[in-house]
Design a protein around this ligand. Sequence first.
Ligand code: GSH
Length: 311
Amino acid sequence: MSEIILHHYPESLFSEKVRLVFGSKRLSWRSVIIPVVMPKPDLLALTGAYRRTPVMQLGCDIYCDTALISEVVDRMSPAPSLFPANQSARVQMASRWADTTLFSAAVSYSMQPEGIAKIFPDPKGAEALFTDRQPFLAGGSAQVFIAAADALPTLMGTIDWIDAELAASGAPFIGGATPSALDFSVYHCLWFIQGAGMLDGLLAGRAQVPAWMKNVAAIGHGNPVAMSSTEAIAVAKAATPARAEPFAAGSTDGLAPGDAVEVAATDYGVDATAGTLVTATRREFVIAREDARAGKVHVHFPRIGFRIAKR
Ligand SMILES: N[C@@H](CCC(=O)N[C@@H](CS)C(=O)NCC(=O)O)C(=O)O
């Protein structure tokens, strides 16, 4: 089996989600640190145009979006499951809400002057980030930054829901005795607010959530070993794509394998990756593309949150 390679950077919320997923499975993985802002030529050699963080690589199979990455990792390493069978729909739906609405609330709340000063001791860092993210956040369906006052109720509500449930269940995780994907989707949002030094006020008077945060943090990141981005490209170049799932007729919006297509996120970071459709299932698109440095790669996208169009 190919080594797991994660393209990420330390401060990235969604990367923290996946690092903890790896930790929950006690995985060894290769860690490629990518730039926080564009340009990211070595990442784009693998993904085409997709620039969001993180991206997982297995040989020359490239997986975009943490919802898909979590499912793939859970299939590779099934126990304990991130999507326990008796709560899998709830976990999937609530994780998606946390990864969008709660994420937006967490980022918006943290990006108040106090949080910005903590996250970016050098104001030039903040300036570079905002300049990079302006076009990145434009053109899609999501409004990621909202007023901090509008973000606050979502944060207080979430903290209170979780605090009450953990008090009732007595379990260490929202998922029960072991963490589910929902634990990680909520955690990475609160982790970011914590990094901005703004979580304590929100947790005042709540006993369960601080204990739960410690339980999740204690899971750790598994065993990461550094890898350079050029090494990762060489891994892709030397690999052959994994066998694709069969094409699922009826789920493909009139598409057929071999079609020239482009795939893009619908919410933000909507740069489209062009390639040839390898397969489509009810859950995933896989497109093949050729890169001068990485050779032939298969790029995988979840269907939820992404659109596909014929070129
Ligand atoms: N739905 C995506 C969201 C990923 C995302 O928004 N990542 C942020 C970093 S935490 C990002 O891409 N920021 C811009 C960048 O890193 O270039 C996922 O689950 O992977």
